[in-house]
Design a protein around this ligand. Structure first.
Ligand code: NAI
Ligand code: A1CAB
Length: 277
């Protein structure tokens, strides 16, 4: 099988995975990326020295060219564009090319319906910390994906972070927790920075404190066996300051609000799946 990996639609998510793979040892010469705009293609080629980046506005056949001869093709456009992209490249795939989709809400059945019969397909749900090799990536194989092909994809994606296999009915939940999750952590940092300003801190200092704190806590959580509740308790002195803050969060129902947000995210995935037919 060809070592070449094609990132079709190399925006935020696919570029993050590509960056993780390159840092993990994939040869940039084995990577081809497509985007719509020429300036974005130039930016990709500059940030990831040695890859090939092809813009649709300069080369309308860019996706077909990239797919041809690639062993793995990773579809990274928005959900509404996935079926058209898959259709566009279907004649350029080898029977054993593994097609990976990173799109939220696009089902395996929707993908398989527009690809050649028997094409190995894998639905994934990654997240952007993949850029640092710190992503969470779920994989769900389609009906024609062999155990060997799934393992090959897992081995490649391992450079982007932790790979977990989940049944398709759980992908919307994975999306609501880890796919969207980095945004929740960034939102927390934004809210903490704003709270610091309200308490009288200089905005720059408050942002520095909030960023460093969320990042530092993230590093602690990344340690093997880390337990969020134990780590939280270690900060919380009995009758101290943290206890007051956490009690306020509990009284105001923050855990329930987070659960409600996650439910809304998962419900939106299901809604998009229905809209895509
Ligand atoms: N951004 C995130 O954190 C996550 C995104 N996803 C999924 O990743 C997919 C992409 O999302 P983002 O990266 O956020 O979007 P994005 O808009 O940053 O990236 C999409 C890229 O595809 C390019 N593109 C669009 N149509 C194209 C075509 N026909 N041929 C070639 N390139 C084309 C665009 O120029 C753009 O660079 C979505 O399906 C989303 O559900 C999944 C998990 C997390
Ligand atoms: O917001 C979205 O729809 C995508 C899927 C998960 C994260 N970003």
């Amino acid at each position: 099988m060809s070592n070449r990996i094609a990132f079709l639609g190399c925006g935020s998510m696919n570029e993050a995975i590509m960056g993780g793979l390159i840092d993990g040892g994939v040869d940039p010469a084995d990577i081809v990326a497509t985007v719509r705009r020429a300036d974005r293609a130039a930016g990709l080629a500059e940030r990831h020295h040695g890859i090939t980046a092809i813009a649709g506005e300069e080369e309308p056949e860019n996706n077909k060219q990239a797919a041809t001869g690639s062993g793995v093709v990773i579809l990274g456009v928005k959900p509404a564009g996935i079926a058209d992209l898959a259709r566009e490249i279907s004649g350029s795939l080898s029977p054993d090319t593994i097609v990976i989709s990173v799109a939220a809400a696009v089902s395996l059945a929707q993908l398989e319906a527009v690809l050649p019969a028997g094409q190995p397909v894998i639905r994934t749900m990654p997240n952007t910390p993949a850029k640092l090799g710190r992503g969470m990536v779920s994989v769900t194989p389609g009906s024609s994906c062999s155990a060997g092909q799934l393992q090959h994809a897992k081995d490649i994606l391992a450079a982007a972070g932790t790979v977990v296999e989940v049944p398709e009915e759980q992908v919307d939940a994975v999306s609501a927790i880890s796919g969207s999750g980095p945004a929740y952590a960034f939102y927390l940092a934004e809210a903490m920075a704003a709270a610091g300003v309200e308490l009288g801190l200089d905005p720059e200092l408050s942002l520095l404190l909030a960023r460093g704190t969320v990042a530092g806590a993230g590093f602690m959580l990344a340690e093997p066996g880390a337990d969020p509740a134990s780590l939280r308790k270690a900060v919380t002195s009995p009758n101290g300051t943290t206890e007051r803050a956490i009690a306020t969060f509990d009284e105001r129902g923050l855990p329930a609000i987070i659960a409600e947000g996650a439910r809304a995210a998962a419900a939106r995935s299901a809604e998009i799946t229905r809209q895509l037919g």
